[in-house]
Design a protein around this ligand. Structure first.
Ligand code: GDP
Ligand code: MN
Length: 381
């Protein structure tokens, strides 16, 4: 789950990270009130759960409350990377002299958190990562000892931060790391962390991604979820307890078990195709869950063929078939469905599916090969 900028910065502030004064607004008139209260030049910022708002015109400076209102109206009418803007953050504007990148995430290969910094932060950090990777400095953090002061100091020196700012930089690094650990985040990022004209270090932007599996420990954070900003398919999947991740390919996949789902995607790729999604219906899935999963796949316009791969153990093949049938009856899919359904209650499952127009095969290899062929044919037509 992603937090908005204003939520992320509020979380960082609780851990001692300095942020600009400001408040969110859902309308131009609210933005005017916030700007009046702040009483100085402001920045009006789109609150959407994607990056690159600045480049899309979603971050604008306003000299007067009236101008803040006009900009808010304009930004609230925008879509950024297809997401509608429903709120803006109105912050006191600052004058950044330097923009630094500072972030913490999991380093899966090291099994540890990693703190990352760069003197060349700001909207082009991705380019820096490609063209000048040596300008991005990382330190690995011991999961039990946590971020040590000397590590943060090393980072400050490695990015050649002037010594006057080291003390604040260390404090901010520790605050950010603490926020990351305490909220069970998988990413906590400040970009940019700026040195202002008044010689202060301040977080101008914030991004937090929380670990969904730990959200039950943080009801206060879970409540911050903005369902309006989520991809509808992912929202529906969560409702039915399905693990769904949308991908860019053309072969929709419905599989029981995360491991088998990954293996199915690998075999699709091996055969020269691209999966449209990851979907694990889980062990012992009910017919309703299967129906919901198949519906989600069928609503993806990129999907040219659906591959259903179920290896029944705890999951009952006939129950899966009972879930597939209503989805087909309701959605009347225009794309072919390739089904490999084996294991517990396989005969009954196959018997039920025989009534529906589906292509049944007995191995994953066959299923993948056929799906890839059908997806390619679909492209030609
Ligand atoms: P992003 O594009 O979604 O990452 O949004 P940011 O919040 O990082 O803003 C993008 C850029 O706008 C920053 O890198 C800054 O250069 C600029 N910016 C943001 N806030 C202010 C501000 O208060 N004053 C000025 N002058 N620039 C700002
Ligand atoms: Mn940013």
């Amino acid at each position: 789950m992603k937090l908005h900028e204003y939520q992320s910065k509020a979380l960082f502030a609780e851990h001692g990270v300095p942020i600009p004064r400001g408040a969110v607004a859902s309308s131009a008139s609210e933005a005017i009130v916030v700007a009046q209260d702040l009483g100085i030049r402001v920045v009006v910022k789109a609150q959407v759960l994607v990056g690159g708002r600045g480049k899309a015109g979603g971050v604008r400076l306003a000299d007067t409350p009236k101008e803040a209102g006009e900009l808010a109206a304009r930004i609230l009418a925008m879509k950024i990377k297809n997401l509608p803007v429903r709120k803006v953050l109105v912050d006191e504007a600052v004058e950044p002299i330097t923009e630094i990148y500072l972030g913490v995430t999991n380093d899966r290969s090291a099994n540890r958190p990693v703190l990352i910094a760069s003197a060349e932060g700001g909207v082009d950090i991705e380019d820096v990562a490609h063209t000048d990777p040596e300008k991005i400095v990382r330190i690995s953090i011991h999961p039990l000892l946590g971020l040590q002061e000397f590590q943060a100091r090393y980072l400050a020196s490695a990015i050649e931060l002037p010594r006057d700012y080291w003390r604040d930089f260390i404090r901010i690094s520790r605050g950010l790391f603490e926020a990351y650990v305490d909220s069970d985040a998988t990413l906590a990022e400040i970009n940019p962390l700026v040195i202002t004209k008044n010689d202060r270090l301040m977080a101008l932007d914030g991004k937090v991604v929380l670990d969904d599996n730990a959200l039950f420990l943080h009801p206060d954070l879970a409540e911050m979820r903005d369902i309006d900003e989520e991809v509808p398919a992912e929202r529906d999947a969560r409702k039915y307890g399905l693990s769904y991740v949308k991908l860019q390919g053309t072969i929709g996949c419905m599989v029981n078990g995360a491991g088998l789902a990954m293996a199915s995607m690998d075999v699709i790729k091996l055969m020269g195709g691209e999966p449209a999604n990851f979907l694990d219906i889980g062990g012992g899935a009910s017919a309703e869950k299967v129906t919901a999963g198949l519906r989600i796949i069928l609503t993806d316009p990129n999907v040219k063929v659906v591959l259903i791969n179920v290896f029944g153990g705890i999951t009952l093949a006939d129950e899966v078939a009972r879930g597939i049938l209503p989805a087909i009856a309701d959605e009347k899919p225009k794309v072919p469905l390739v089904v490999r359904l084996v294991g517990t209650n396989e005969e009954e499952g196959q018997r039920l599916l025989a009534k529906a127009k589906m292509i049944t095969v007995s191995t994953l290899e066959e299923a993948a090969q056929l799906s890839v062929d059908l997806a390619k044919k679909g492209n030609v037509e």
